[in-house]
Design a protein around this ligand. Structure first.
Ligand code: 6PG
Length: 466
């Protein structure tokens, strides 16, 4: 057999599924998985199940590398962090000038930039490629966000386009979005938006649960899913509601401690570092951390007996509040990308990012489809007059849902935060002049005056009038 088109290192769930997808699209493929006691059956099992003559399996790196046609195109599907560095260190001496390593994991974009820089020095290309869609997406068509050099991307584009999900116009949901680190950064913010979208649904559920059964909540979510609120996350949430184990609902058995692998907090860290208000993602990340404090929550809940009202939730108001919060979540998420794009000179195209996120990924939704067009006219969603009017229209609903949550003592940090952030963004004179005065009072940090040109700064002695 001749040399193979493409290589994959790491046959975990995602690596296996992508390998099947690639082989199924007619590309010849070599796969490698390390030979440890626990993983010794991984490669033979994979080959047994794939029934494809154009797939070769390896447990030693040299044979794997030699089996590939040049420039070699090798996708790493290993855990983010030090395992990526370890595999690169193993690969590097075996590769030739112009070969391309693609990292398909959820790597931190700064790691990707570092790796790209040192590999460039030895003539190797490195593409950081965010891959979304979980196991099913990887198998049947993921959404992919690549970052790196066009010269290298051009070599891998046919494979990526071949396996990607297709948008409504049948275009593949993949592209090179910018230079080094851009793909992984955009994937990180995808996950940040995902965190807040999941939290919003959890909050809607929490508000509905005191009044309605799982079956009824599922039917409410199914109903929402027939209109502009339709999304993959809403669809699976409706399904989850009615999943039974014997006579009981499985959801009742799940421990209420949410895990997280890092990309949500990386989104918040990036937003803080860039000075962008991403308060809804922050609220969603924080909500997961608070959920993890199960022992404390159990202990303190018994000591906080506060009378609550028992009114039923207004489903239409909740729907409008959810609509409101989702718009602001997407607005905030894209604002982080905008700031990072400016700082890193990625020059990203927001409409194209939204298009890539219309299919295959976790945050695919009808709203995302509308963003493809909206972002053709503006890169600031609050400049979109229709969206702005929708926020204005739904503000009242958000306020009454938040009041309801307070009356019933149901924490809804993400919905609450959407209203806080909207009110702050639409308040002409904020209270920040007091912050400036405080800063100047205790530290002479200076302030600007509204009655003087803004290029001038002032400091005052705040303890004496004069
Ligand atoms: C995707 C997902 C995926 C992510 C999980 C888990 O786009 O397919 O974002 O990449 O790993 O959602 O993330 P947490 O464990 O942090 O919730």
């Amino acid at each position: 057999m001749g040399k193979m088109d493409f290589g994959i290192i790491g046959l975990g769930v995602m690596g296996r599924s992508l390998a099947k997808n690639i082989a199924g699209k007619g590309f010849s493929l070599s796969v490698y998985n390390r030979m440890t006691e626990a993983e010794k059956e991984v490669v033979p099992n994979f080959l047994k199940n794939i029934h494809n003559k154009t797939v070769q399996g390896y447990t030693e790196m040299e044979g794997f590398v030699l089996s590939l046609s040049q420039p070699r195109k090798i996708l790493l599907m290993v855990n983010a962090g030090s395992p990526v560095d370890a595999v690169i260190a193993q690969l590097k001496p075996l590769l030739a000038q112009g070969d391309i390593i693609i990292d398909g994991g959820n790597s931190h974009y700064k790691d990707t930039q570092r790796r790209a820089t040192f590999l460039k020095e030895v003539g190797l290309h490195f593409i950081g490629c965010g891959i979304s869609g979980g196991e099913q997406g990887a198998l049947s068509g993921p959404s992919m966000m690549a970052g790196g050099a066009m010269a290298a991307y051009a070599h891998i584009e046919p494979v990526l386009k071949g396996i990607a999900a297709k948008d409504n116009q049948e275009n593949p949901c993949v592209n090179l979005l910018g230079s080094d680190g851009c793909g992984h950064f955009v994937k990180t913010i995808h996950n940040g938006i995902e965190y807040a979208e999941m939290q919003l649904l959890a909050e809607c559920y929490a508000l509905l649960a005191p009044t309605y059964s799982y079956e009824k909540i599922a039917s409410i979510f199914e109903d929402w899913n027939t209109g502009p609120l339709a999304s993959y996350l809403l669809e699976i949430t409706a399904q989850i509601m009615t999943k039974k184990e014997g006579d009981s609902y499985l959801l009742d058995k799940v421990l209420d401690q949410a895990g997280s692998k890092g990309t949500g907090s990386w989104s918040s860290q990036a937003a803080f570092q860039l000075g962008v208000p991403a308060s809804m993602i922050n609220a969603a990340v924080t909500a997961r951390y608070i959920s993890a404090l199960k022992e404390q929550r159990v202990k303190w809940s018994g000591k906080t007996v506060v009378p609550v009202e028992a009114d039923a939730i207004d489903i239409d108001l909740l729907k409008d509040a959810y609509t409101f919060a989702r718009i602001l979540n997407h607005y905030q998420g894209f604002e982080i990308i905008k700031a990072a794009s400016k700082e890193n000179q990625w020059n990203v195209n927001f409409s194209e990012i939204a298009r890539i996120w219309t299919k295959g990924c976790i945050i695919q939704s009808q709203f995302m489809e509308s963003l493809v067009t909206r972002f053709r006219d503006t890169d600031d969603l609050l400049n979109d007059t229709a969206l702005f009017s929708e926020l204005q229209k739904n503000e009242k609903a958000a306020r009454s849902i938040i009041k309801h949550s307070l009356n019933l003592r149901i924490p809804i940090p993400c919905i609450s935060n959407s209203l806080q952030s909207w009110m702050s963004l639409t308040t002409e004179r904020s209270s920040a002049h007091l912050i400036q005065a405080q800063r100047d009072e205790f530290g002479a940090h200076t302030y600007k005056r509204i009655d003087k040109p803004f290029d001038q700064t002032f400091t005052s002695n705040w303890t004496h009038n004069g």
